[in-house]
Every structure is written in structure tokens, then in C-alpha cells.
Write a protein that binds this ligand. Structure first.
Ligand SMILES: [Zn+2]
Length: 53
């Protein structure tokens, strides 16, 4: 069972739900990111927060 949920807000890759498992991340602002972009965003966020503290 594979269902199209949406597309990555960063790279536009299609995000599917496989048997209830989403091959991406739903962000707090309801946008969807693939794992690759999520890792990249998370890394950027970590770096920026590290600069702030
Ligand atoms: Zn992506």
C-alpha cells in the first residue's frame, strides 16, 4: 500500500506513505520534507542555534 502524501517543500520530491510509514517528515508548519532535506534543515538549525548560544 503506497499513498502519495505530498511533495518535499525543499526539493519537490514526492513523499509517499508506505503501509502507514511516511518516507519523509511533517514539519511543525505542516510542510513536508524528505529525509535528505530534513537532515539538511536540521543541520542548519543546529548550526544556527549553536551560533546563538
Ligand atoms: Zn527534499
Amino acid at each position: 500500500m503506497k499513498e502519495l502524501v505530498g511533495s518535499c517543500s525543499v526539493c519537490g520530491r514526492e513523499i509517499y506513505c508506505h503501509d502507514g510509514f511516511l518516507n519523509g517528515i511533517v514539519n511543525e508548519d505542516k510542510t513536508i520534507s524528505c529525509f535528505d532535506c530534513h537532515e539538511e534543515l536540521k543541520g542548519k538549525r543546529d548550526r544556527s542555534s549553536a551560533n546563538e548560544t
